[in-house]
Design a protein around this ligand. Structure first.
Ligand SMILES: *Cc1c(COP(=O)(O)O)cnc(C)c1O
Length: 244
C-alpha cells in the first residue's frame, strides 16, 4: 500500500516537473534562447522533507528555502541526497553564520554588512558561497533589495570579499496585472546585470521569475527561475503531507 502511494506521489511530481520544463523550454524558444541556459530552482518552503525527497526522486536537484530553521531541519532529514540548497529568504544578520554553513547559494544579499558576515562565516568551509545581489526593481518602500542606482557600488565592495562568489542579480518584482510594467521590471534587472558585466564582472546568473511569471522572466533573460506552487501545489497554512 505504502509503496504504491509513494509511487503515485512521485509520478505526480515527475509529471509536474515535466510539464514545467516543457513550458520553460517553450518560453526559451519563443525568445530565441537556449533552454539549457535556464535552471529550475524548486522552492520548497512550507513543504516537508518527504515531499522534497519525492521531488528529488523525480529528478530535481536544486531547492530553495526561505526560513533558516525550517530549512536546517529538512536538510538534516535529507543528508543522504545530493541537493544544492539555495537560501532565498530575507537575511537577518544574526543568521548569517548558519546560512553560510548550510547553503551553496544565497540570493537575497542586499547590503555590505550581510555580505561581509557571510564571507567571514564561509571562511571555515574555504569554498566561496555563491551569491546574488537582490535588487529592488519596483522601488516599493517595503521591499528588500538594494536600490538600482546602488547596485554597482555594492557589487564593487562585494568583489573584494574573499569567500563570496558573486554570480549575478536577483529580484522579486511587484506583482502587477500590467504586463508591460511587469516586463519592464525584469528588463531592468537584466540591464543592471549588463552594466555590471561592462564593468568587468563575470556574471552568469539572473535569478528572476516565479510560478506566475516565469515565462515572461525567461523572455527577459532569466537564467534561474524560482518555482514553488507550480511544482508543489499551493503552500499549506501549517503542514502538508500529500500533493493534491
Ligand atoms: C516563495 C518564493 C518563490 C516561489 O513562489 P511561487 O509563486 O510559489 O512559485 C520564489 N522566490 C521567492 C523569493 C519566494 O519567496
Amino acid at each position: 500500500m505504502m509503496e504504491n502511494l509513494n509511487d503515485e506521489i512521485m509520478s505526480i511530481y515527475a509529471e509536474r516537473l515535466q510539464a514545467l520544463h516543457a513550458k520553460m523550454d517553450q518560453a526559451a524558444h519563443a525568445a530565441g534562447r537556449n533552454p539549457q541556459a535556464i535552471q529550475l530552482l524548486a522552492v520548497s518552503k512550507a513543504h516537508d522533507a518527504e515531499t522534497v525527497r519525492a521531488v528529488y526522486s523525480a529528478g530535481q536537484r536544486a531547492f530553495g528555502e526561505n526560513y533558516v530553521q525550517e530549512a536546517i531541519q529538512k536538510q538534516a532529514e535529507l543528508q543522504d541526497l545530493a541537493i544544492d540548497w539555495h537560501f532565498i529568504g530575507p537575511i537577518q544578520s544574526n543568521k548569517t553564520q548558519v546560512i553560510a554553513q548550510h547553503f551553496a547559494w544565497v540570493h537575497g544579499v542586499d547590503r555590505l554588512k550581510i555580505a561581509q558576515r557571510l564571507s567571514h562565516a564561509r571562511q571555515a568551509i574555504a569554498q566561496p558561497l555563491n551569491i546574488c545581489l537582490q535588487v529592488n526593481v519596483s522601488g516599493e518602500a517595503s521591499k528588500s533589495g538594494v536600490a538600482p542606482d546602488e547596485v554597482l557600488s555594492l557589487a564593487l565592495q562585494v568583489r573584494d570579499l574573499p569567500y563570496l562568489h558573486l554570480r549575478g542579480l536577483m529580484a522579486i518584482p511587484e506583482p502587477t496585472p500590467d504586463i508591460t510594467l511587469q516586463a519592464r521590471q525584469f528588463a531592468r534587472l537584466r540591464e543592471l546585470q549588463q552594466t555590471l558585466i561592462q564593468h568587468g564582472f563575470a556574471l552568469d546568473t539572473l535569478s528572476m521569475g516565479m510560478s506566475d511569471d516565469f515565462a515572461m522572466a525567461i523572455a527577459e533573460g532569466s537564467t534561474m527561475v524560482r518555482i514553488g506552487s507550480a511544482i508543489f501545489g499551493a503552500r499549506p497554512a501549517k503542514q502538508i503531507v500529500l500533493p493534491n
